[in-house]
Design a protein around this ligand. Structure first.
Ligand SMILES: [Zn+2]
Length: 319
C-alpha cells in the first residue's frame, strides 16, 4: 500500500528521492518518509508425533480448502511469539518446537507470510470462534486438502515431506557400524589393504565409476526434486554424519595399527559423506541406484574405495 497522506498529521505527501529507494512519499511537515506498507502474518504447520498436521476449516477464508494456523503479527511481537499465540488461540495446542522455514510474499493480499514448521504433542483440538472445524490429518493426505501448489500451506507441507525423507534417512544410518569389518577378508568384495593402496591403485578406477554415477543422479535429481532439496539433503546428512565418520575412522586406524600421519583422512571422510548424501538423494527419488548399493557396503562395515572389473560387472573394492 502506497501512502498519499501522512498517517500522522494528514498532510498531503510529496515525492522525494531517497537514495536507492528512489522517489518516496514524504511528509514535509513531519520531515519523514512513508515507505510502502504491507502487513505481516505468520503461518504455522503444526505436526504431532504421529506425523499428522493440524488442519483447519475457516469458511471466511475458504469454503473449499483446509488451511493451516495463521494470523497477523501484533506490534511488539516476534514472529515466533505470534506463531505460538495463534496456535494456542485457534486450536488450544502448545508448541514443543518451532522452526522458521522461510518467508513468502502473498500477492493477493499484499502480505508477507512468515512460515514455520512446529511440533506439538497430539491432543484434542479446542477451537476458537474463528475456526469452523479442525482435525489432525496425516501430512501425506493433508497436502491434498489445502490450496494447491503455489500456496504457502502447500509449500510448508511439501517442505515437511521432503525433510522427513532426510530425517528418516539420518535415523537409519545412525545404526551403521562404520568400518567395523574393514581389513577383514570377504568373498563378496575385493579387499584393499591400506589407504595408500586404495589411493595409489584404485583412485583412477574410483573416479571412472563414481563420476558418471554422480552426474547421472545429479541431473535426474535436479529435474525431479530441485537444487534446494538436494542442498538440504546434503546439509542434513553431512551434519549428521560428520563426527561419527571421523571418530569411527580414527578408531579403525588405531585397530589397524595405521599410526603414521595420514594426509588422506579428510578425503576419506568426505568420500563417505558424499556417497551417503547421494544415497539419501536416491531415497528421496524413491530409486535404488548405485549409491544405495554403496550404502549396503557401508552397512556391512566396509568402505568402498574402488571397483574391481568393468562396472556394472565385477565387484566393489573395499577397505
Ligand atoms: Zn506528517
Amino acid at each position: 500500500m502506497r501512502f498519499k497522506f501522512c498517517p500522522k498529521c494528514g498532510e498531503r505527501l510529496t515525492l522525494k528521492p531517497m537514495g536507492d529507494d528512489g522517489d518516496t512519499p514524504f511528509c514535509e511537515k513531519c520531515g519523514k518518509p512513508w515507505f510502502d506498507m504491507f502487513s505481516s502474518a505468520v503461518i504455522t504447520l503444526v505436526v504431532n508425533e504421529y506425523g499428522e498436521a493440524a488442519l483447519l476449516k475457516q469458511n471466511y477464508m475458504s469454503e473449499k480448502y483446509m488451511v493451516l494456523v495463521s494470523g497477523f503479527i501484533k506490534p511488539g511481537e516476534t514472529a515466533e511469539e505470534t506463531a505460538r499465540r495463534e496456535v494456542h488461540e485457534e486450536i488450544g495446542i502448545e508448541l514443543t518446537d518451532n522452526r522458521l522455514v522461510g518467508t513468502y510474499w502473498f500477492a493477493k493480499k499484499d502480505m508477507m507470510m512468515i512460515g514455520f514448521i512446529a511440533r506439538a504433542k497430539k491432543a484434542e483440538l479446542r477451537l476458537s470462534g474463528e475456526v469452523d472445524e479442525a482435525r489432525w490429518v496425516p501430512v501425506e493426505d493433508a497436502i491434498n486438502l489445502v490450496h494447491p501448489e503455489g500456496s504457502v500451506s502447500y509449500a510448508l507441507l511439501d517442505e515437511y515431506l521432503k525433510r522427513s525423507v532426510s530425517e528418516k534417512f539420518v535415523e537409519d544410518i545412525r545404526e551403521i557400524k562404520w568400518f567395523e569389518n574393514s581389513g577383514t577378508p570377504t568373498e563378496k568384495y575385493l579387499l584393499v589393504r591400506s589407504v595408500y593402496d586404495a589411493y595409489d591403485n584404485w583412485n583412477a578406477k574410483y573416479l571412472s565409476v563414481w563420476e558418471p554415477q554422480i552426474y547421472f543422479l545429479e541431473e535426474l535429481a535436479e529435474k525431479i526434486i530441485g537444487d534446494d532439496t538436494i542442498d538440504d539433503i546434503f546439509e542434513t546428512v553431512s551434519a549428521a554424519l560428520d563426527s561419527d565418520i571421523w571418530r569411527e575412522w580414527q578408531l579403525f586406524r588405531e585397530r589397524a595399527g595405521l599410526n603414521e600421519e595420514n594426509t588422506l583422512d579428510e578425503e576419506i571422510a568426505d568420500m563417505a559423506k558424499r556417497d551417503l548424501c547421494w544415497a539419501a538423494v536416491e531415497k528421496a527419488l524413491n530409486i535404488t541406484g548405485f549409491f544405495t548399493e554403496l550404502l549396503d557396503i557401508y552397512r556391512g562395515g566396509y568402505f568402498p574405495c574402488g571397483w574391481d572389473g568393468e562396472y556394472p560387472n565385477g565387484r566393489a573394492a573395499v577397505m
